[in-house]
Design a protein around this ligand. Structure first.
Ligand code: GDP
Length: 713
């Protein structure tokens, strides 16, 4: 017989960790709420008949967020045999709220009291017997990270012990009486199994508007009257009564079972937070941290590995070895050229950046898992809110530092439609892993001695996001109220090495995989197009098909300072995958003669562009429309062609204007270029952009309409 187990708990209660420990499946373990939006399931280790369904992390069973809806639907309609409720023991007050709601469902609940190691460290004791007695269900103490308590859960599930179905929690007797009456009303030809829960939901008025229950008008009327009567007795709204009752119950329960030795002492986490989330220090500290990480990854430690791969590995070992094999095997000349100057030059140029990426991913995973990134989302919320944006938008952006696709998808957690669209539109400004090689190449080739160039790309992306948000929020398309953002700050802790390595490995793996597939194919295409003319004759690059096509597009980029055919082609191939920008440069600039070391491409590049033009190229490729995969994600999440085009248009338009300003003004200021009409035009564009940011917001007509509609619902 198979058993269905549902895993339910608050975000950050350790649900993912428990799920992994029980099922042995490997998943990403992060630190901010919202990671577990998707449903995941698995079987208990060594017990295939016990099926565990992981539900999204939620704070309550109300139907307001997509996560709550998924969990609620599943619990009511699938009716699992056991509900494993994971509770963060360091935060009982908040976690037990959901527990009271689960108990009201009338299903067998087992409470897994997690983070007991932290409770112990804080000098608290929890009387488990009393807690279990108060809740009327088994309570298992555990620490997933210390591997404690897991055995008992497995045993409980496999022994198929009979679970006691909890009696309803003891709320106020007057409320109890009212609920009974509601139940009586509902009894008329009412076939749902858990009337009590529905009665409670009625009391919370959520279900009244829905036809979910198929009640007669008479029944609905009777219930309404009853609710009004109870509200009169309590002199409060029904929802408030119920929430108060729940918290009252929880407070009593905690007073009964938790003993705190030292009740008032700032924990280390609190002390760190006082500095790290300080109103004035938070952002400078964040800037410093990110600068340090980028500097470390792209300009110091990571570079050593990349230099070796570029100069030695792909610079001489691979081409020489493969070259001599090909010679020995007497492979046709064009094939040799394709392999050496096409595939190895293209794929190698991309793979060369792997060490830098590894260092960056390691650092970012560390920041995420130790709890720092959650603080940044909190700090950003404070900042974003000032400009009418929600801090919730920041989470997709954090995720987008790995890859824009999941970043765009993470915007699903934003309830407000306008904010969600806005976030989708600006999330991919963040430098993702594929854009990193572009940053590293430009920083290495043009600015080898400045530590600010690589981090500046990160801040350019961030600024584009924040300033776009501010400016767009003032337009008619996006004006409106922002969604509230509730976020808890998990305790700081030293991350598990395994989690960090796993995450870094996963991210690097997908990078390498892309090099082996999409970049591989693109490199072949670029090589063919750059080696042959339209008549199929082998020609020098400058006469190739690619050069011909590139020259048609290049004038568009001329005002940005890099309007030659190579730059244009690299940018276009970058739409397939951003790594292609580097792969294409590798083929177009790298194979003039078999390069002895990877730095040769730097010299050729330096001879082609000025540093300001190179930075303008970097800015354009950072901000313009993302790769096809991310555009696909944008299309899916926007759910409309029109909005997808608006997003692409905005991204490319902004990229163009920013690069235009950078080149036209930068060229005059830093490279002694002459003032021209273009410089003035750039100045004008700059002023226009600044105006878009600082102008007064639109009168928010639409938001009033949507608010009043919400009121009616
Ligand atoms: P979820 O959001 O509920 O899925 O929670 P996660 O499984 O991602 O855990 C959140 C954080 O708490 C992670 O950094 C875990 O390493 C950490 N964590 C999970 N269980 C424990 C525990 O028992 N003790 C301690 N100290 N940390 C834990």
């Amino acid at each position: 017989m198979s058993i269905e187990v549902a895993l339910v708990g608050n975000p950050n209660s350790g649900k993912t960790s428990l799920f992994n420990a029980l099922t042995g499946a490997n998943q990403y373990v992060g630190n901010w709420p919202g990671v577990t939006v998707e449903k995941k399931s698995g079987n208990l280790k060594k017990h295939p008949a016990i099926h565990i369904q992981d539900l999204p992390g939620i704070y309550s069973l109300s139907p307001y967020t997509p996560e709550e809806m998924v969990a609620r639907e599943y619990l009511i309609h699938e009716r699992p045999d056991v509900v494993l409720n994971i509770v963060d023991a360091t935060n009982l007050e908040r976690n037990l709220y959901l527990t009271t709601q689960l108990l009201d469902l009338g299903m067998p609940v087992v409470v897994c009291l997690n983070m007991m190691d932290v409770v112990k460290k804080e000098g608290k004791t929890i009387n488990l017997d009393k807690l279990s007695y108060g809740l009327g269900v088994p309570v298992i103490p555990m620490s997933v990270v210390k591997n404690q308590g897991l055995e008992r859960v497995s045993k409980l599930l496999t022994n198929q012990e009979t679970f006691t179905i909890p009696e309803p929690c003891e709320y106020d007797p007057r409320l109890e009486a009212a609920l009974n009456e509601i139940e009586d009303v509902l009894h008329f030809d009412f076939t749902m199994k858990n009337q009590r829960w529905y009665a409670l939901k009625y009391f919370e008025r959520e279900a009244l508007a829905s036809s979910e229950l198929g009640l007669t008008t008479q029944q609905t009327k009777e219930i309404e009257e009853l609710i009004q009567l109870t509200e009169k007795i309590f002199a409060e709204e029904s929802e408030t009564i119920l929430v108060n009752e729940r918290y009252e119950f929880i407070t009593q329960l905690i007073a009964l079972s938790v003993v705190t030795v030292d009740s008032f002492q700032y924990s280390l986490s609190d002390k760190i937070d006082r500095i790290v989330t300080n109103r004035w220090l938070a952002l400078p500290i964040f800037a410093l941290v990110m600068w340090f990480i980028y500097y470390l990854a792209i300009q110091t430690i990571g570079t050593m590995g990349t230099d070796w791969i570029n100069d030695t590995f792909f610079g001489s070992w691979v081409p020489e070895t493969v070259g001599s094999w090909l010679q020995a095997a007497q492979v046709a000349d064009w094939m040799q050229q394709l392999i050496l100057n096409g595939i190895i030059a293209g794929v190698g140029a991309v793979l060369g950046f792997l060490p830098q990426l590894m260092v960056l991913f390691l650092c970012l995973s560390f920041l995420e898992d130790c709890g720092y990134m959650a603080r940044i989302a909190f700090v950003m919320d404070r900042l974003f809110r000032k400009f009418g944006l929600s801090g919730k938008s920041f989470i997709p952006m954090l995720i987008a530092t790995g890859c824009g696709v999941p970043g765009v998808m993470a915007s699903r957690t934003i309830e407000n439609e306008q904010d969600r669209r806005l976030t989708i539109m600006i999330t991919t400004f963040m430098p993702c892993s594929a854009k990193l090689p572009i940053i590293a190449l430009i920083a290495g080739a043009f600015f080898p001695h400045s530590s600010w160039v690589a981090p500046s790309a990160y801040f350019l992306g961030m600024s584009a996001i924040i300033l776009s948000g501010i400016a767009l929020k003032k337009t008619r398309l996006f004006a409106g109220e922002t969604a509230p953002f509730i976020m808890e700050l998990p305790m700081y802790h030293f991350p598990q090495l395994q989690t960090i390595l796993r995450q870094t490995y996963d991210r690097c793996k997908s990078f390498v995989k892309k090099a082996g597939t999409i970049i591989f194919v693109s490199s072949i295409a670029v090589w063919f197009l750059s080696s042959y003319n339209f008549r199929g004759q082998s020609v020098a690059e400058t006469h190739s098909i690619l050069a011909g096509l590139g020259r048609i597009i290049a004038p568009v980029f001329h005002p940005l300072g890099w309007g030659n055919w190579q730059g244009a082609v690299a940018t276009i191939t970058g739409l397939v995958a951003k790594e292609n920008v580097i792969g294409t440069f590798g083929i177009l600039f790298g194979n003039r003669e078999v390069s002895e070391n990877g730095q040769e491409i730097w010299q050729v590049l330096r001879g082609t562009y000025t540093p300001v033009a190179a930075y303008s190229f970097l800015a354009f490729n950072l901000l313009c429309a993302p790769c096809f995969a991310a555009i696909g994600a944008i299309h899916r999440e926007m759910g409309s062609k029109k909005w997808t085009w608006i997003a692409i248009g905005y991204q490319c338009g902004l990229a163009y204007l920013v690069s235009f300003i950078i080149y036209q003004i930068g060229h005059v200021v830093f490279e002694g270029g002459t003032l021209s009409i273009m410089t003035y035009l750039a100045g004008f564009v700059l002023i226009a952009l600044v105006y878009g940011i600082i102008k007064k917001p639109m009168a928010q007509k639409e938001s009033v309409v949507s608010l009043s509609l919400e009121g009616e619902r």
